[in-house]
Design a protein around this ligand. Structure first.
Ligand SMILES: C[S@@+](CC[C@H](N)C(=O)[O-])C[C@H]1O[C@@H](n2cnc3c(N)ncnc32)[C@H](O)[C@@H]1O
Length: 330
């Protein structure tokens, strides 16, 4: 477990120093908790991605130079942080080269020895949400915490439904753990990116399902067909607008989503509920998810609340934003 989740100071230092051979994608500096208020730096294989709300100060530029030297990064990209993601377009959202060599349009990062396709040219996100690394590890190792497996081994491959799947990194981990996966997203581009992530990890995407569509609509369709899953994953954006189901706001609609999804979880199966909306407090999130599950007529029989990983340390100024509940339902 300890190598999976670097909770000790030593393990975090090892990860951030680049000495951890199986992962070269992680956060190097996470703002105030790392004594660098307003500065966020990610390592993405041979490149660094720097983000800040205000233009970099000289001291911040020196910090970045030092990191680049220590990790021998080929190039450094920069992006102005805009907390109102829904208001920006792809061009303003993309990162620009700050120092060194330009990155190829697509390159690969490594996490837990698996490969993921990364890009600085595809809008606000790079293809891999680094703060979900430990949850991907939990799926890959079929272990949420000691004594709490994701899948109880039975006959046949466990079935998972990954809604809001983005580039399907959680599906890749589940597939590598032996699951039969269905990834569902409103973006064809991200699903194709997901198929490429499968290929990069010696998984044939044709052996898995990819559904281009709206989560609310497809949950209804799959329920009508009587489909049941060993794990249903919910990781919606803070806001989304779909032609089919209209506006989704995590703060307002998470309970409704949890209720709908719990109908697809088989008896003693799992629901993984995630949310990175700062507008939804951890206690409201927990209450909303629990209310949704209860309204769906299900009961939680085992649960685990995952922490934000150690390379995303929380502080009083910047409390944890990521909320992740692993829930076994009766
Ligand atoms: C926060 S990302 C999910 C991250 C992903 N779970 C991961 O760990 O990489 C949100 C994704 O939801 C998709 N999305 C937004 N609204 C949707 C909807 N109504 N139905 C299906 N997918 C949607 C977006 O295209 C995007 O890929």
């Amino acid at each position: 477990m300890s190598s999976l989740f670097p909770t000790s100071r030593g393990a975090l230092l090892k990860l951030r120093s680049g000495r951890n051979q199986k992962t070269n994608t992680y956060r190097l500096i996470h703002g105030a908790a790392d004594d660098r208020d307003g500065l966020y730096v990610d390592r993405l294989a041979d490149y660094l991605l720097v983000q800040s709300e205000h233009p970099l100060t000289e001291a911040q530029q020196e910090t970045v130079q030092a990191l680049r030297g220590a990790l021998k990064s080929k190039g450094v990209y920069y992006k102005r942080l805009n907390r109102q993601v829904q208001k920006i377009n792809k061009t303003t959202a993309s990162a620009r080269l700050l120092m060194g060599l330009e990155a190829p349009e697509f390159f690969n990062g490594t996490e837990h020895h698996l490969k993921y396709r990364i890009s600085f040219n595809e809008g606000y996100s790079t293809g891999l949400f680094l703060d979900m690394r430990e949850n991907r590890g939990r799926l890959l190792n079929n272990l949420i915490e000691p004594g709490f497996p994701v899948f109880e081994r039975g006959v046949g491959a466990p079935k998972i439904l990954n809604t809001f799947s983005y580039t399907c990194s959680l599906s890749v981990c589940a597939a590598r753990a032996g699951a039969s996966t269905t990834s569902l997203d409103l973006s064809q581009k991200y699903l194709e990116w997901g198929r490429e992530n499968f290929r990069l990890n010696q998984l044939n995407p044709d052996d898995h399902d990819f559904i281009y569509g709206d989560t609310f609509d497809w949950i209804k369709r799959l329920a009508k067909r009587g489909e049941l899953y060993d794990l249903v994953i919910l990781d919606p954006p803070t806001f989304s607008r779909s032609k089919v189901s209209g506006l989704f706001q995590a703060k307002r609609d998470y309970g409704r989503l949890a209720k709908a999804a719990s109908a697809l979880v088989r008896k003693n199966g799992m629901l993984l509920a995630c949310c990175n909306a700062v507008t939804l407090s951890p206690s409201s999130f927990k209450n909303e998810v629990r209310r949704g599950i209860r309204d769906g007529g299900r009961k939680i029989v085992q649960s685990f609340q995952a922490m934000q990983p150690a390379d995303f340390p929380a502080s009083q100024n910047e409390p944890a934003y990521l909320k992740v509940s692993w829930l076994r339902l009766n």
